[in-house]
Design a protein. Structure first.
Length: 432
């Protein structure tokens, strides 16, 4: 087991450049592979999850070249994938599994997807139900609603699907299958989840419709597609990775950090609103557009934070940031309530449990609830042995907590950060 020891530190100064966005990196390889021609991707995230996506498409005959500044994908068109000779290994990646299932449902060959222990225990019924309704032949090999998944050829029909969850993975799987359907396909979700698929698929030439309804629900639709065409993709920095440094800069006394080149798409940027509601000093510099994705440099300065409530439609816009929001809450004055976030239970770990367990280990009064947690902030954290349970976001959130604690904090299985941010610990220790 790899461990990292974190010692308390204040006065963090400097500039941080976080790696490319994970969600956008996955999509750029997937869409590039099923587009005709070359897709050049700059600032691609070379994390383990995105490498799983690359390997799956290589196994289906797609040539993908690694370059210094990114990747070149030699796409073979909507029907250009070839049958994989072996099981496609999706590793730890839910995004690879669910989005790829949507693509595979439209192919004329059979395939099997399988991942690691955590991945193979996450719910896949949420994509199997709508894809089956479209005519896909998709089954859970162990009949437990989880991967391994077996997908066989089936003629796809357009559907209008009411998704019970606000999930970009579910929405994207359906839209991707919809490219191969014989009629229009739409997905309505209870709240708008990240919209990178809609933005990027549109750029590749798909006909996409997006509607935000008055009650906060959202519909995305796609027309059957004849062909997608290769694009140039510039991947902005990942706000989910920036989140650890935003929190470190706000929480650690005397700090001032500039986090450069961060994607701030409003469907992802809920953490920034939470920081502001908690009294965080945040300035946006150099706001710009990167291929349809709003991007900025973010300047954060040490601030006295206060507790807040995080709930409702905001949850899908910050779902991956809840572990680090919980750490901020533990250091803030007063109570923070996180609710409407039952989705936390089906992430890489049950993050309601793994967050509250580790906060308690550091002396914080944290109570798990059915759909979130309640955190009484303001008590000095004490260093502890943190169980990451191989969940990258738990490891990184509690490394930041370690900077603020008394004594030393040990992060178990720290290598799991490779999933989304291989250079995380180096960057953290480079801040003087
Ligand atoms: C992702 C969507 C989210 C998020 C995950 C990446 C994506 O999952 O938690 O890390 O790239 O579409 P859900 O769609 O299950 O909420």
């Amino acid at each position: 087991m790899s461990v990292k020891t974190i010692y308390p530190r204040a006065g963090l100064k400097g500039e941080v450049r976080v790696p490319g966005d994970k969600s956008i990196s996955h999509r750029s390889v997937m869409f590039g592979s099923i587009a005709l021609g070359t897709t050049e991707i700059t600032n691609f995230l070379q994390g383990a999850d995105c490498l799983s996506t690359i390997h799956c498409f290589q196994k289906m005959g797609i040539e993908i070249e690694k370059k210094k500044e990114g990747l070149v994908v030699h796409g073979r068109g909507l029907y250009g994938l070839s049958a994989p000779k072996e099981t496609l290994n999706v590793g730890n990646s839910g995004t690879t599994t669910r989005l790829l299932s949507g693509i595979l449902a439209g192919q004329g060959f059979a395939s099997v997807l399988s991942g690691d222990e955590s991945l193979n225990s996450r719910p896949m019924g949420r994509i199997m139900t709508p894809l089956s309704r479209m005519g896909a032949h998709i089954e859970s090999v162990g009949s437990n609603g989880c991967a391994p998944l077996k997908i066989e050829p089936g003629a796809l029909h357009g559907i209008s699907y009411q998704s019970p969850v606000a999930s970009a993975q579910v929405k994207s799987a359906i839209l991707l299958a919809g490219l191969y359907a014989d009629g229009d396909t739409s997905v309505t979700e209870p709240a708008l989840s990240r919209n990178h698929t809609e933005l990027m698929l549109g750029g590749f030439g798909a006909e996409i419709v997006s509607v935000l309804h008055e009650d906060g629900s959202a519909t995305a639709g796609v027309r059957p597609c004849k062909q997608l065409y290769g694009q140039r993709i510039l991947v902005p920095g990942d706000i989910s990775s920036a989140a650890y440094f935003i929190a470190a800069g706000l929480l650690s006394q005397g700090s001032e950090l500039l986090i450069c080149n961060v994607g701030i798409n409003p469907t992802r940027a809920g953490i920034l609103k939470v920081c502001e509601a908690m009294g965080g000093d945040i300035t946006y510099v150099n706001c710009r557009d990167m291929g349809g994705e709003p991007t900025a440099d973010i300047l954060v300065r040490f601030s006295e934070l206060r507790g807040t409530t995080v709930e409702g439609r905001m949850i899908p816009t910050l779902i991956d940031e809840i572990p680090i929001i919980a750490v901020m809450a533990a250091c803030a004055k007063g109570t923070t309530v996180i609710k409407d976030a039952a989705e936390l239970k089906v992430k890489e770990t049950n993050r309601i449990d793994t967050v509250t367990e580790n906060l308690k280990a550091m002396g914080c009064d944290a109570t798990p609830t059915e759909d979130g947690m309640i955190i009484e902030g303001g008590k000095k954290l004490v260093g502890a042995r943190i169980r990451s349970y191989l969940d990258h976001r738990i490891a990184m959130a509690f490394a930041v907590a370690g900077l603020l604690a008394e004594g030393e904090t040990v992060i178990e299985d720290s290598q799991c950060v490779d999933v989304s941010y291989p250079e995380f610990f180096d960057t953290l220790s480079s801040l003087t």
